[in-house]
Write a protein that binds this ligand. Structure first.
Ligand code: NAD
Ligand code: UDP
Length: 381
């Protein structure tokens, strides 16, 4: 039966150029596109590791997915791929906070300069663009600068796409190199739309998490690499080491299950009339915890899936400077206002935090525990 969109119109088959489509979000989006739609994915990335399970030529969708190993910084083939597809989704980025203050130049180039040709090709060829921004563009909440009694008022912490200012720390705090580069890209896209008619949608993810996020240091990533918090905590749990809480883990985040998030992206793809010209917060306001609470929940979930007693797992407070180095700073709180996405796409997140942590830690345990055990027993011999 033909699929129909939110307005009851049948959905045409699209060829989608997915830049950075071999990463965490891209891999889940590819899975959904292959299993549930008839769209074609033209994936561009430096690595295909996270989508290799979809690329086997014997799979039923083999004719609908192709992988182009390419660094978009220096590959003239990109323009042709944008020209010959219907929609471009740009996910390519350096997006791990440990890089923002230690590799600020790479961070700024990746999140701003490298996105410029992509935007230009879309405008010049009249192609629709779905661009991945970040909730971090809002920076710190207004409440964080106010006395305690004001901080509980949503008008000082709720982040609204069309109202909230972007509030970053000083230039010396290079943490904000990522947010500032992403903001500049958002502004460039908006300006291309305003002056040259670019058809765009900007997505602002709020801590989407789930299987295949980042890497486990020493197993499928560098030994000294620092991934995002889900993988950092998973790594400590797998090794039986304390989970490190930066500045006591007082920052707060809202976590969204990757499968819920991908449903929102699929709605954007299939409903251009409702998604074009909009910036969407995509998060789960009901899943807010401090990083310390996240650690406690992950300890509980890991104990359940691994059989390791929770009493043997612990946390350790560390300073931001010791953990990330000079120039780190933090977003205090990130709660998405959901008005625009609810109105335009009738999307709502479904999965509670404890459920998504159970599924994710089952995956982490199944995927990594043997490799870590082998590594630990080699060290003890
Ligand atoms: P990811 O690191 O898993 O994916 C990014 C992909 O881009 C990687 O596969 C990487 O190899 C590729 N890439 C980077 N530079 C490239 C280049 N020059 N040429 C070709 N490929 C390149 O990260 P993700 O979590 O999947 O994030 C995707 C997008 O969403 C990013 O733009 C990120 O800033 C944004 N985002 C994600 C989250 C989240 O919760 N996961 C939060 C905020 C923003
Ligand atoms: N964090 C932590 N311990 C870790 C890794 C991260 O306490 O091992 C904190 C980090 O300081 C931040 C939060 O967890 O306050 C989320 O970090 P993440 O790297 O996932 O990215 P962010 O949400 O800051 O973009």
């Amino acid at each position: 039966m033909a699929r129909v969109n939110l307005d009851g119109n049948s959905i045409p088959m699209l060829a989608i150029c997915m830049i950075g489509g071999g990463g965490f979000i891209g891999s889940h989006l590819c899975e959904k596109l292959m299993a549930e739609t008839n769209h074609k994915a033209v994936v561009v990335d430096v690595s295909s590791e996270k989508i290799n399970h979809l690329l086997d030529r014997s799979l039923p969708w083999a004719h609908r997915i192709e992988f182009h190993q390419m660094n978009i910084k220096s590959d003239s083939r990109l323009e042709t791929l944008v020209q010959t597809t219907d929609l471009t989704i740009n996910l390519a980025a350096i997006c791990t906070p440990a890089d923002y203050n230690t590799r600020p130049l790479d961070t700024i180039f990746s999140n701003f300069i490298d996105a410029i040709p992509v935007i230009k090709y879309c405008t010049e060829n009249n192609k629709r663009l779905i661009h991945f921004s970040t909730c971090e563009v809002y920076g710190k909440t207004i409440g964080s600068f106010l006395p305690e009694e004001y901080r509980q008022d949503p008008k000082y912490f709720m982040l609204k796409e069309d109202v909230t200012p972007c509030t970053f720390g000083p230039v010396e705090k290079q943490r904000w190199s990522y947010a500032c580069a992403k903001q500049m890209t958002d502004r460039l896209i908006y300006a291309e739309h305003a002056e040259n008619g670019l058809k765009f949608t900007i997505v602002r993810p709020y801590n989407w998490i789930g299987p295949r996020m980042d890497f486990i240091p020493g197993v499928d990533g560098p030994c000294d690499g620092v991934p995002r918090v889900l993988a950092c905590f998973s790594n400590s749990l797998l090794r039986g080491e304390p989970l490190k809480l930066v500045e006591g883990g007082r920052s707060q985040r809202t976590f969204l299950y990757i499968k819920d998030a991908i449903d929102a992206v699929a709605l954007m793809i299939d409903n251009p009339e409702r998604a074009d010209g909009h910036i969407f917060n995509v998060g789960n306001p009901d899943n807010e915890v401090s990083v310390k609470e996240l650690a406690e929940l992950m300890i509980k979930a890991y104990a359940k899936v691994s059989g390791v007693p929770a009493s043997s797992l612990s946390t350790l407070d560390v300073s931001a400077e010791d953990f990330y180095g000079k120039g780190y700073d933090d977003s205090d709180r990130r709660i998405p206002d959901m008005t625009i996405i609810t109105k335009q796409l009738a999307w709502k997140p479904k999965t509670p935090l404890d459920e998504l942590l159970d599924v994710t830690l089952q995956y982490q345990h199944k995927t990594y525990s043997r490799a870590i055990q082998r590594e630990l027993s080699k060290l003890s011999n």
